[in-house]
Design a protein around this ligand. Structure first.
Ligand code: FAD
Length: 510
């Protein structure tokens, strides 16, 4: 197994291990290990337990809450050499289960499914899959993320509106606990109040939580549900309970999607159109690009990395939608109704770039890519002038009935305080990322204060502090806005049952 020993050597040879996409950093570990398989992970954790070494798990490091950022000392376990697809079990012509090591990226899974016959290594059972027949419907946007990282953050993406977040698509996991012991967990073993887990030499008893889990999209804290399926405790646990080594994901038959980007004159019109889409069972994704995004495009001194196609006139915001085509004329039958609603919302099919037309589809792809890239390049430029500044982004979902008011009050405060921002995201789930882009220290202080206020008001309205990115190291101070001390205590007890020395992912979540 490859490893890198010594803080100086770690800094010199793998500096990327010291941070993640949040650009936050904390310390330098004594060693970094790159296990090749689950037995290597067992050996590493057995040793760490004996020697009381703090362990930080590192996936694709695309996380934006500092979960994979190590403190000083201890070891990092990186899963980047555990990326084999182990086998495939086709259940019917509608579903299959694919077993993978946790370090495989989402991009690789997608590539395998596009053409299983061409995969460089043999995969048992893959001969039964046709090219492009199945897809992994959990759809987190960043494809360099690793499967294990997306499982422990319960990541979601545009299509999670229809298909649900990662949790919905995980059938089994093999986890190595902090003691080096292996637990294999399959979905569908519902447990009442105490979960007894037989290990090789002992049994662990875990008191299941009793707190209420918000009924909106949420990735903050250990999951709970009446009659909890124990696999769900690990999904979304942010690597605090064990090392996820092997994952069985459910694949489903890939439908044909029709997509479009429709432009609107104002926020209200876009939100009204989203309300119309939300009740259509064939809609897979409803994503939103706010006026603030277009304003930045047109006023910033930073040039977008690509030539932006010109936008329809007098339009200020846009909704990206995906429609699942069930039969050839299903969309045609709805066209009249769509046209009528679009008209009421100040838009039309003429103001829509459609994924069917190849030149419009190209414009649509370019636009979707350009938005986050553009925001990141503004952050990078701001940082060049003032190294302390960073992007401060919300990840809250808000109950539908309070969403508009909450969002608009955030926007009003940002405008009042003159903080540049770009808001976009998962409107279908009432979950927009408001990205504040301070360019100097004064703006940074104001943005941090506003972020604090936004989180308090999100929680007061029954919303979450994180709906998909997780709490990590950067949002844990806000957990107590969402959960009572009793609930947090139950989470700590669960952590203690699996990781009695509190060695795993120190500083993440707790
Ligand atoms: C451009 C961009 C777009 C993004 N879009 C989305 C999006 O649409 N939806 C979304 O949910 N997120 C999104 N993210 C955030 C990020 O991609 C997700 O949080 C992702 O799940 C992180 O996976 P990772 O492999 O990069 O994990 P890392 O960032 O490496 O780690 C995340 C956490 O998981 C732990 N961990 C990693 N692997 C394991 C393992 N095998 N066992 C135990 N613990 C482990 C780490 O210790 C850490 O706590 C985006 C990020 C970027 C940069």
């Amino acid at each position: 197994m490859k490893n890198v020993i010594g803080r100086e050597v770690v800094i010199a040879q793998c500096p990327e291990m010291l941070s993640d996409e949040s650009r936050y950093s904390l310390g330098v570990p004594d060693e970094v290990f790159f296990p090749e398989n689950i037995n290597d992970v067992k050996d590493l954790l057995t040793r760490a337990y004996k020697e009381n070494l703090i362990v930080t798990f590192s996936g694709g490091r695309t996380g934006i809450t500092g979960g994979a950022v190590p403190p000083d000392g201890g070891i990092i376990i990186s899963f980047s050499n555990m990326k084999r697809i182990l086998r495939c079990e086709k259940e019917s012509d509608k579903t299959a289960i694919l077993y993978c090591e946790s370090g495989i990226t989402l991009e690789s899974i997608g590539r395998f499914l596009e053409n299983p016959a061409n995969w460089p290594e043999p995969v048992d059972g893959s001969e039964l899959l046709y090219a492009g027949e199945f897809f992994y419907a959990a759809d987190p946007t960043e494809k360099t993320a690793q499967l294990g990282g997306t499982v422990v953050t319960n990541a979601s993406g545009a299509r999670s509106f229809h298909y649900g977040a990662t949790r919905k698509h995980i059938e089994s996991i093999e986890v190595v606990l902090s003691t080096g012991e292996l637990v294999k967990i399959k979905r569908s073993s519902k447990v009442e109040s105490i979960w007894e887990i037989p290990l090789e030499k002992r049994t662990i008893k875990v008191d299941l939580p009793t707190y209420t889990w918000p009924c909106i999209k949420n990735a903050s804290g250990f999951y709970n549900a009446p009659q909890l399926d124990p696999i769900d405790l690990f999904i979304g646990s942010e690597g605090t309970l064990g090392a996820i080594c092997i994952v069985g994901i459910r694949l489903i038959k890939k439908p044909q999607f029709l997509s479009g980007l429709t432009f609107f004159p104002n926020r209200k019109a876009a939100f009204d159109f989203a309300d119309f889409l939300r009740i259509n069972s064939q809609i897979a994704a409803i994503e939103y690009f706010d006026e603030s995004v277009f304003e930045l495009f047109f006023t910033s001194k930073i040039q977008p990395s690509i030539d932006l196609p010109s936008l329809p006139e007098n339009k200020q915001c846009a909704v990206y939608w995906e429609y699942i085509i069930k039969d050839t004329n299903s969309f045609d039958l709805e066209m009249d109704e769509w046209e009528e609603v679009l008209l009421r919302c100040g838009s039309s099919f003429d103001d829509t770039w459609s994924g069917f037309d190849s030149s419009e589809s190209e414009k649509l792809k370019k636009f979707r890519h350009a938005v986050p890239e553009f925001v990141n390049s503004i952050v990078a430029d701001n940082k060049r002038h003032c190294p302390l500044v960073r992007k401060i982004g919300t990840d809250s979902s808000i109950p539908g009935q309070y969403f508009r008011e909450w969002f608009m009050s955030c926007v009003d405060k940002l405008i009042e305080q003159k903080i540049p921002f770009a808001a976009f995201g998962h409107l279908g789930d009432y979950h927009l990322h408001i990205n504040m882009l301070p360019s100097n220290e004064n703006q940074l202080a104001v943005a941090l204060d506003l972020y604090h206020r936004f989180m308090l008001s999100a929680c007061e309205n029954g919303g979450t502090i994180s709906a998909e990115h997780g709490v990590g190291k950067l949002k844990k101070d806000f957990l107590n806005c969402m959960f009572s001390e009793v609930a947090l205590d139950q989470m700590r007890k669960i952590k203690h049952s699996f990781d009695p020395k509190w060695l795993l992912n120190k500083g993440t979540l707790f």
